[in-house]
Design a protein around this ligand. Sequence first.
Ligand code: ATP
Ligand code: MG
Length: 407
Amino acid sequence: MTEASVVAVGTPQSFRQQLARSLEIEPDEVGWVQSATAAEELLIHAFGPIDVLVLSPEVKEPDALGLAEFVGRQAPGTAIVMVRDHTWNGLLPAAMRAGIRDVVDMTQGTEELRDAVERAVVWASNLRSVGIARSESHGGGERGKIISVFSSKGGAGKTFLTTNLACAIAEVTGQDTAVVDLDFDMGDVFTYFGSEPPSNIPDLMALGEGATHDRIRSVGLPVTEHLWAYGAPSDPTAEAPAGEAIGKFLRAMRNDFPYVVVDASVDYSDSALVCFDLSELICLITSLDVVGVKHLGKALDTLLQIGLPRDRFRVVLNRADSKVGLDASDVERVMKVQVDAMIPSSRLVPTSLNKGRPVVLDEPSAEVAVAVRQLAGKFVDAAGVPDDVVTTNGDGGRKKKRRFART
Ligand SMILES: Nc1ncnc2c1ncn2[C@@H]1O[C@H](COP(=O)(O)OP(=O)(O)OP(=O)(O)O)[C@@H](O)[C@H]1O
Ligand SMILES: [Mg+2]
């Protein structure tokens, strides 16, 4: 009897059940992570070798190829099987070249999938038995913490919080910090510093291919002591980078910076989802009005549904002193979440934006600056929790190794 670890990759979660059914095992004997980037995280942190990653039809082709390339470098003993719900026109050779072991057309029934996974397991265990060990290269040393800020409603104060939080973290910790604008369409992180992005999307994405410390620093803009900003000018003609490429870029950033604070886009774009996969903390921000709070509730539900763990989320109420008939306890009661910070409304915020100098630097003793600094203090502590407590992706990342028995 042989045991192997098999991990289903990609939404929906029911893909895991589908895979388990076709392997004739229990669903909890198969691991699951929600995306290609989450699978890369799992490979980096896995306690033991993973034999096979089985990619759901929802995993996009560029992400699958990027994952295959990552596996080739970091975990060459892991096999990849792709499941499609249509014929993979013309891309099969690319998949094979990338090292994907099999592409299974789900419309042909589940037997083909079982055979493909079993072949992949045999291949992986043969490889191990002849001593081709999984690479232990984990991208080198200590890695930084990614904190992302999200709101599905525009104008909630996402960029205000991202930029000020990044300044406060750099100040409180005295450590090098990066602030990243992932809102490639309409980002305005640089405006808060009164400057323009110095690089373009290809420059940023190229950092994911093993850039050196000097190269990483040269593509960013130093905006204040210990703080570098990363982003690209909006270019409506540019194609959005693949989620998996964003994952590599963010990992390069966190390899070089102890803290990376990210302004994620307003929608559930690939880049935002990848950013959440890699974030230790996801800060959901809303203003105190019924529409904003509704958006927050929906965002939390959506993100929990795709497999992000609840303990990763923090809730920030912005302009929380407004006398608008809602308060934090209403939000906590309705949403069943704890509010982690309340940031007052202040005219110093638009004033500092117009000056191009974040309010935590410009008016450090103002109430609004103090509130952000306190939040930074909490985040720095929270991010100091050992990795195995907070760095998990879905439940696949938490398990040492999933096994299924094969006769
Ligand atoms: N606490 C606050 N007090 C006063 N004004 C604020 C506060 N927070 C944000 N603002 C103002 O609200 C406006 C929107 O803030 P911000 O740009 O951070 O929103 P956003 O969520 O990033 O919006 P977008 O969806 O356009 O990216 C800005 O003019 C900002 O100065
Ligand atoms: Mg913004």
